[in-house]
Design a protein around this ligand. Sequence first.
Ligand code: PEP
Length: 249
Amino acid sequence: MRKKIIAANWKMYKDLAEANDFFTFFIDKLPKTKAEVKIGTSYTNLWHAFETTRNYPIEIVAQNLHQEEKGAYTGEVSASMLKSIGIETVIIGHSERREYFGESDHILKQKVTTALKNNLNIIFCIGEKLSDRKANNHFDLVKSQLKNALFDLNKKDWKHIVLAYEPVWAIGTGETASPEQAQEMHLFIRNTIAGKYGNELAENVRILYGGSVKPDNAGTLFSQPDIDGGLVGGASLEVDSFIEIIKAV
Ligand code: PEP
């Protein structure tokens, strides 16, 4: 049985004071849940958020890391720097990183390798643009994202990988993939992994859905057989809506 995950992606929102405010109320209201709860926040918040939540069932995760171990890369943060403040998980391959920061499948593969070498767990994002879906190319595109970045991994590496299927056309747009569209792609992803690594491994990989998850659509999305929770952007910024989404598991 795969344990569900509800992960927040705060993107470039919330300074330290705003993050503190959030945690004050969130910790107080956090319901008992079967899900793992994770919050992805900016580098500047990570250490403090980690310390604030360390006695609660909340994991603080990073939104990015650099692919090199160390070096003259001004402004970048390495895997070992994340580990040194207690971070265990990093989001890699978010569509905003692919789109605005030129992160190709090749770079993402390097980031995955570096993260795994440093014993970090990974939430790896994949998903097609609207143009791919309109051209009926969405399955091929998602398959190529998986293949190019992840299919050289060993079976044992997959213990550290969670996938997030995030159709780009549904991120921050208020447009959600229907539960049927999302389930169809999640099943395709699982079958593609099974084709490469076998059924047992594929059945254990958790695949989150992301793209305008809100309290009113979360329950139906999370009840699909191959949807193992959500990566939530906008609706994770407010305590009450994020709590409602957690309750939908
Ligand atoms: C995201 O940032 O990963 C995301 C899914 O955002 P939103 O929920 O706002 O669409």
